[in-house]
Design a protein around this ligand. Sequence first.
Ligand code: CTP
Length: 400
Amino acid sequence: MKNQRILLIIGGGIAAYKALELIRRAQDRGYEVTVVMTKAAAQFVTPLSVSTLAKGKLYANLFDPHEEMDVGHIRLSRQADIVVVAPATADLMAKMSHGLADDLASATLLANDRPVLIAPGMNPKMWDHPATRRNRAQLVEDGVHFIGPMSGEMAEANEAGTGRMAEPAMILDAIDGLLGPLRHGPLSGKHVLITAGPTHEPIDPVRYIANRSSGKQGYAIAAAAHAAGADVTLVSGPVQLGAPDGVRLVTVETARQMKHAVVEALPADIAILCAAVADWRTTQEADKKQKKDGSGKPPILELTENPDILLYVSREAEPRPELVIGFAAETDHLIEHATAKRQRKGCDWLVANDVSQEGVMGGDTNAVHLIRDQGIDAWPKADKQAVADRLVEEIIQHFQ
Ligand code: CTP
């Protein structure tokens, strides 16, 4: 299936450097990006770096627009699902609103019949100027979509106000929003529910029971599933990670909250339960900080078992996700324990990780075995994102 295509027009403003991040993140989300740079943009970001990121799909040279018409560059926009202008400078906005076409960027915009999203970025005085205001109003009337600009510090010293270009993630959310219903990829139309991270089980208001899970593996799977076009809900315990682009993130603290969030997020087509859920919580959470009583005797914590979320999703959820994948963190007898765990939990696939290996729990790499009806595959130790990509690849094949 073909990816959706963005034609990105980079204008000549200081925010042009952010276009590099925009290209990279757009590709991460599964978009194909073709770029047109204005001559001024090349003063701020090198065509070579843009071309490298855009895999050569860069049109930067300026020429006679009629000649362009002949070579077909003007058809660039017709091959795109959306045209995005970032940064949209005051100059480009003026050209767009007046229908000028004296360079490739403006000629492409004039010849375009696709949705247009612009991310203005300019000096606040330019943004506020009556001429720009008139152009803005005209563009809105012409059906152009805007994202930003934002308020706050500008690149120029001592300048504040509205004019800063929206961040790449915001621009991408706006693109997703405009193209959302058309979004495709091998997992498009599938809801993937993922749990990640540890849970924290409070002892009293200042202490809790936790584990070393970093959430990295689950977050990497969420990003990979989203890049494959899935609609992703990520239920996460407390971690130090930012939400992956385009993923619905629900943050929780305890196992019971995680189960509640999972129940709320169901139904799903695919459930990948990656979280290191604490097996036990204290039977009674103290509402005040537990103090030493001077006797030298530590308090005895009474523990209660937490709900088993994987067991619930595998055996009780109605409707059951078509594919339920569990994880197993083992320190010994990996295959034996993990195989038994898969039976016990009732999941379809089980990803077993050997957490006794250095760099696995909390680290950036993972060494896993994938246990399924058709057998056990040992995957070589790899980066957690590579493990995530491979797992998503297996899921795609499963649904083909
Ligand atoms: N899991 C869960 N809810 C729990 C405990 C575990 O959903 N309360 C899920 C994990 O997300 C993982 C799988 O079950 O997908 C296995 O987790 P693991 O901690 O390895 O197993 P345990 O259930 O704790 O079993 P054991 O104590 O035998 O290791």
